[in-house]
Design a protein around this ligand. Structure first.
Ligand code: GUN
Length: 300
């Protein structure tokens, strides 16, 4: 049996349509246009691609978009001063500082200088604490997208055994909190986990977020399990011609898709959901800032 392919691209388009509809209502009924500011320091090519894509999609759903592109040598004081201005700008409801930052900038300090109510990444320490204690927070976009796809697939996640491979602050840890919140039994595995194959082989849900190309083979997966692949790794693809490359996930798609019940592809799985959830978070932040009801299904 081959796995159902979870189409993240189509799902993300549906989320964007929902956001777009709600943005129209906000404008017509309240004269409000949600605004998202993205701050990029330096010229990392991958970050530039992400930031461009975020800006384009923000405009497509009818929001106000600002890009602040700063020189790689920008001082911490200057960056903090820009964030402070955005914090008090009424036209801005969401602020995202693209990571990673250049080495001379203290990432924690910078992230924690963002107004938690505008922290659409959900990385501010207040939002981390609120999520960890089951309180209303801004939820990190990638794990939020994974949760939406899992809820859509299962209906209820209650009682499922979930194994997350990877313990990053951006994906692994918030994913664990979200799955706990949905009453899964959660294991967070990482580079020091003993007998990873055995741990993974019990899971009804596997979320792979380690950043190692194709590291999870099909014979680790319980037949029928749902596999969510967060990895985006570029590897050589000599079969496509000399010097060519391709994108692969953290799971070996060919072998895992023969065993799993459902699986997200790379590309076209989790990736598109991340930006869709950023737009959903910007809408959520706007509704909260204005004391308006949040749209259903776009946050936890
Ligand atoms: N760099 C890679 N992923 C992310 C993300 O989700 N948010 C931000 N701000 N930077 C990133």
């Amino acid at each position: 049996m081959s796995a159902q392919v979870i189409d993240g691209k189509a799902f993300a388009a549906k989320v964007r349509d929902q956001v777009s509809e709600h943005v129209k209502l906000l404008k017509v009924e309240h004269g409000i246009v949600p605004g998202l500011a993205v701050v990029l320091v330096g010229e990392d090519p991958a970050s530039q691609v992400y930031v461009r894509s975020k800006g384009k999609q923000t405009i497509e759903v009818g929001m106000h978009s600002e890009e602040h592109k700063l020189d790689i040598a920008t001082s911490e004081a200057d960056l903090l001063s820009i964030i402070s201005r955005l914090n008090s700008d009424p036209a801005i409801n969401g602020i995202l500082v693209q990571l990673p930052l250049p080495k001379h900038l203290n990432e924690d300090l910078v992230i924690n200088s963002i107004d938690p109510a505008k922290d659409v990444d959900g990385f501010h320490i207040s939002n981390v604490g609120l999520l960890g204690t089951g309180q209303r927070s801004m939820v990190p976009c990638t794990p939020l997208g994974c949760l939406m796809m899992l809820r859509e697939h299962f209906g209820s996640l209650s009682g499922k055994d979930a194994v997350i491979i990877g313990r990053s602050n951006i994906v692994g840890k918030p994913m664990a909190q979200l799955l706990l919140g949905d009453s899964c039994t959660v294991t967070v595995a990482h580079s020091k986990t003993k007998n990873l194959k055995q741990v993974v082989s019990h899971a009804d849900v596997v979320v792979a977020a380690v950043g190692r190309a194709e590291m999870v083979p099909g014979d680790w997966i319980k037949p029928g399990a749902v596999v969510i692949d967060v990895g985006i790794n570029r590897i050589p693809a000599p079969e496509k011609g000399e010097g060519k490359t391709k994108l692969v996930g953290d799971v070996d798609y060919d072998s895992c898709s023969k065993v799993a019940g459902a699986i997200t592809p790379v590309p076209g799985g989790v990736g598109p959901m991340t930006i869709a959830c950023l737009l959903a978070n910007t809408l959520t932040a706007t509704c909260r800032a204005n004391g308006l009801t949040e749209p259903e299904g776009l946050t936890v």
